[in-house]
Design a protein around this ligand. Structure first.
Ligand code: SF4
Ligand code: SF4
Length: 441
């Protein structure tokens, strides 16, 4: 695509990066067919190509964001299906991240929207605040029906709707410690404790640590780790996202200095995509660029790491039919498609892939709160495809997808690592009946 930026505009490294991306787009439109919002809404401006034109126009003319561009960029899930489809290698992720930061800096949203976004950014990345907010949300649940009738308050209704009715107790796996591997040592890793997942389902990291240590891997929970920054990054709050990235880089560099790390293990694929991008996000910060690139190179999804470990034969032989839902951040963000399915199959599960597996389930960080109508349509489409597989349960590797799909599916939705841990001798995942697992000892 031809661009028309001035030399002065290109002196801004963010604009220069976006210009490089824009020039790669050849307008072919292949990406539209796999874009969930285009498939759902049928509007070119809600397709990747349409958004790319809008972003180009805004940046080239040095304009502040307006209502039209905000509407269409806000509807983008950042699912990155367009990047998987694009034959020209357009890095839509970096382009839309830049557009979101530009929107945040130049557009004044309506008051209620500002308040909701500020509240999400204040609460979600901090486990203590998030836990307290979930307790409060239980009191507000009776108001859901009323709030849903008022268009501007729909996000509040969506927030109350996705809040679980019970919250598990805090896990010891979130406390800084070194969990020693058993038997012959096979590695030393750090594990991201993160934010929302550690509150909603701490058993995910417990299963990861339990399986890794049984396999002989030392697992470090470093002091000072926190949210990866993805939730606020996708809201265009760059300063907050970069502060989270720097905090984690510092925590992991200390762990590297204190005994080395073979990998930084992530059990939420949404966080994995962002941490693997820290090197890019902090490239302009001389104090962090090199360290961030090192951290990104060490970042591994738990299934990537396990696939390289050469696992023994499982203790149980389940034979259970599992529908594997590949989170967008897993398949499009990190391009991890093979390992989770192969690990599940090796552990004795029969893996089925739902139709339209490339389409987002509508969770996408805070999307299910901020865009509840589109999100619900995508969720229902996903659940229909999953249930058509005839599986007894759903395996996936991102807490957002787990919460979203579980809110409408009749089947239990379980993190992949919990199923693997169980097959290799760990406890039965909570909320899954023996019947669903069908595990023969
Ligand atoms: S990230 Fe997803 S929703 Fe956004 S333009 Fe690309 S395919 Fe469409
Ligand atoms: S597929 Fe790639 S090159 Fe074609 S319109 Fe989409 S982003 Fe541009």
């Amino acid at each position: 695509m031809q661009t028309n930026f001035s030399a002065a505009q290109l002196a801004d490294p963010h604009v220069a990066e976006s210009e490089k991306i824009l020039r790669k787009c050849v307008h072919c439109g292949f990406c539209t067919a796999t874009c969930p919002t285009y498939v759902t809404l049928g509007n070119e401006l809600d397709s990747p190509r349409g958004r790319i034109y809008l972003i180009k126009d805004m940046l080239e003319n040095g304009r502040p964001a307006d209502k039209e561009i905000v509407t269409h960029i806000d509807r983008c899930l950042s699912c990155l299906a367009c990047m998987t489809t694009c034959p020209s290698g357009v890095n839509y992720m970096h382009l839309v991240d830049h557009a979101r930061a530009h929107i945040e800096q130049t557009y004044r949203r309506p008051l209620l929207d500002r308040l909701i976004r500020a509240m999400l950014a204040f609460v979600l990345p901090y486990p203590g605040r998030f836990r307290a907010a979930l307790k409060l949300a239980r009191l507000g649940r009776p108001l859901i029906g009323l709030l849903e009738k008022l268009p501007t308050l729909k996000p509040v209704a969506a927030m109350l709707e996705v809040a679980p009715s019970s919250i598990p107790p805090a896990s010891r796996m979130a406390t800084p410690a070194v969990h020693g591997g058993q038997g012959t040592k096979r590695g030393r890793v750090a594990i991201l404790t993160g934010c929302a997942q550690s509150v909603l389902d701490p058993a995910i990291n417990e299963a990861a640590v339990s399986l890794l240590t049984r396999l002989g891997v030392d697992v470090v929970v470093p002091e000072g780790e926190g949210c990866c920054g993805a939730l606020v990054h996708h809201m265009g709050r760059e300063d907050q996202a970069l502060a989270s990235a720097r905090q984690n880089v510092d925590a992991w560099m200390r762990a590297i200095d204190q005994g080395g790390l073979d990998a930084i293990i992530i059990t939420a694929s949404g966080c994995g995509t962002t941490i693997k991008d820290y090197g890019f996000m902090l490239r302009l910060d001389p104090a962090y660029a090199e360290k961030a690139a090192r951290v990104s190179a060490l970042a591994k999804d738990i299934t990537e790491y396990l696939a390289a470990l050469d696992l023994p034969e499982p203790v149980r032989k389940p034979g259970t039919i599992v529908a594997y839902h590949s989170a967008c951040s897993m398949q499009h963000g990190q391009k991890i498609t093979r390992q989770p399915k192969e690990l599940l199959a090796k552990a004795g599960f029969v893996v089925r892939e739902p139709r339209e597996g490339h389409l987002c389930c509508g969770s996408a960080g805070t999307y299910n709160i901020l865009q509840p109508d589109i999100s619900a349509k995508l969720r229902d489409r996903k659940v229909t495809n999953i249930e058509a597989t005839g599986a007894s349960l759903v395996a996936t590797s991102n807490i957002g997808c787990i919460t979203q799909i579980a809110s409408a599916a009749k089947l239990p939705v379980v993190h992949t690592i919990k199923l693997l841990d169980w097959a290799y001798g760990g406890p039965k995942p909570d909320g899954v009946s023996e019947n669903s697992l069908g595990g023969a000892e």
